[in-house]
Design a protein around this ligand. Structure first.
Ligand code: NDP
Length: 424
């Protein structure tokens, strides 16, 4: 904390152009090590190497995007009587970035890039299970010429290190991604010293498919929107709501895709889904499906070492079943039928969460009505994508507070200062 504090005092005075230049060099450094970082991340988190490569591209892109930010971080002049009024966007200080194990370096980059661009220093706490890529990043930052102390990594338990950062009087802001339960504790802890918080928490997103949609496209895309990263994704569209006349065709098309998914060794180029992160996570996931009563079909999973769990689709299943109501964070999807647009909205919103979701239809007016009615921060129409570096990402309701990425994230790492200058 002391090193980060000293680095902040110097970094905040580095010119906007130089801050941008250094972030660009960091982006290039990451780009140059993409393959090595991807392999580290695949081992770190047990994720398919092809996915890890895509993630490393996004990490480099995040720093490249925010390299352009320092020079765009402008204030306003406001007409007032008797003088000139102007605003400045000041950095906050040292930001604590607490990240989870599901997308270790990507989620770190979403926080670190705007934090540094805005003139802050960072103390990073990676998840206990996946510290390797965050540690590798510090070396790349040093080689790129970023000052020592600007990015400190403290690996260790959340209940010890994470908690200390939340309580620490020199931490100005906590940016956290993880479970809603821990997020709740962080909000309470941060309140003691009125720290700024950005919370990106759980989800139980709805993938709403109307009968007029391109059903084969929707059914082909639905499995990886839940089973990508073995379902350990806060945006997982694990509640698939299908208009009743389309349910049979949709399930038949989805079954073929799920049975064809390649589940296996993360370092095998062809692998689409790897194992779960830990034995504990597999136990948690398995408890949501105590028997095969509601299982419509499953994909495969290898035998042998690894915390394997097969992609699993539940249908028919009661909307109040735990597997429908709670975040599973594993490869389990539930299909629910609906009869009207109003019922689709009610089902989609029947959750404490509001992170992401999709609407599949060929009716443009309905797509827009649904997009406005679904209580979620990040929606897509005829697509299951949630995240782009240049657009805001985050949740409504108990999925979090604040937005990451895009122009909004930058503002969340600054404070507006207003200065009145009398010309009398
Ligand atoms: P947690 O919320 O426990 O962990 C996320 C991060 O917070 C980790 O770095 C963790 O450290 C840290 N942490 C834990 N306790 C505290 C604390 N008291 N104060 C400060 N930091 C803390 O998630 P888990 O990894 O345990 O996963 C549990 C569930 O959370 C999942 O099953 C899933 O439902 C949800 N989750 C959601 C994610 C998302 O993307 N929204 C990401 C990960 C999990 P450490 O690893 O050392 O415990």
């Amino acid at each position: 904390m002391a090193r980060a504090r000293r680095a902040f005092e110097a970094w905040r005075h580095v010119s906007a152009a130089d801050r941008g230049r250094l972030l660009r060099r960091l982006a290039d450094g990451i780009d140059g090590r993409r393959e090595q970082l991807a392999r580290t991340e695949a081992r770190n988190a047990g994720k398919p190497i092809a996915d890890a490569r895509g993630e490393m591209e996004m990490v480099a892109e995040s720093f490249a995007y925010y390299a352009g930010a320092p020079e765009r971080l402008t204030g306003k002049t406001i007409p007032v009587e008797g003088g000139v009024d102007m605003t400045f966007r000041e950095p906050l200080g040292v930001c604590a970035l607490i990240v989870p194990w599901n997308f270790p370096l990507v989620i770190l980059s979403w926080k670190l890039a705007p934090a540094l661009a805005a003139g802050n220093a960072a103390v990073v706490k990676p998840a206990e299970l996946t510290p390797l890529s965050a540690l590798a990043l510090v070396d790349i930052a040093r080689e790129a010429g970023l000052p020592d102390g600007l990015i400190e990594v403290v690996a260790g338990k959340g209940s010890v290190v994470g908690r200390r950062l939340v309580e620490h009087p020199d931490v100005a802001k906590v940016a956290f991604t993880g479970s809603t339960e821990v997020g709740r504790g962080i909000a309470a802890g941060a309140a003691q010293t009125i720290k700024r918080v950005t919370l990106e928490l759980g989800g139980k997103s709805a993938n709403v498919v109307f009968a007029d949609a391109d059903l084969s496209a929707a059914a082909a895309a639905a499995p990886m929107a839940v089973f990508g990263n073995a379902g350990q994704d806060c945006c997982a569209r694990s509640r698939i709501l299908v208009e009743r006349p389309a349910v049979d065709d949709f399930l038949a098309a989805m079954r073929d895709v799920v049975r064809g998914l390649r589940v296996g060794d993360p370092l095998d180029e062809a692998t689409q889904m790897g194992p779960l992160i830990s034995a504990g996570q597999r136990e948690t996931v398995a408890a949501f499906v105590p028997d095969d009563r509601h299982v419509a079909f499953r994909g495969s999973a290898p035998d042998g070492p690894g915390f394997w769990y097969p992609p699993t689709v539940l249908y028919p299943v009661d909307r109040h079943d735990r597997a429908v109501a709670e975040e599973i964070f594993g490869p389990v999807a539930a299909v629910l039928p609906f009869d009207t647009e109003a019922e689709a909205i009610a089902l989609a919103n029947d959750t404490i969460y509001g992170l992401s979701g999709s609407i599949w239809t060929r009716d443009g007016a309905r797509a827009l009505r649904m997009a406005r009615a679904v209580e979620a921060g990040t929606l897509s129409v005829n697509s299951n994508t949630s995240v782009r570096v240049g657009t805001p990402f985050g949740g409504m309701k108990q999925s979090g507070i604040g937005r990451e990425l895009g122009p909004d994230a930058l503002e969340a790492y600054t404070e507006v200062k207003n200065v009145y200058f009398s010309t009398a």
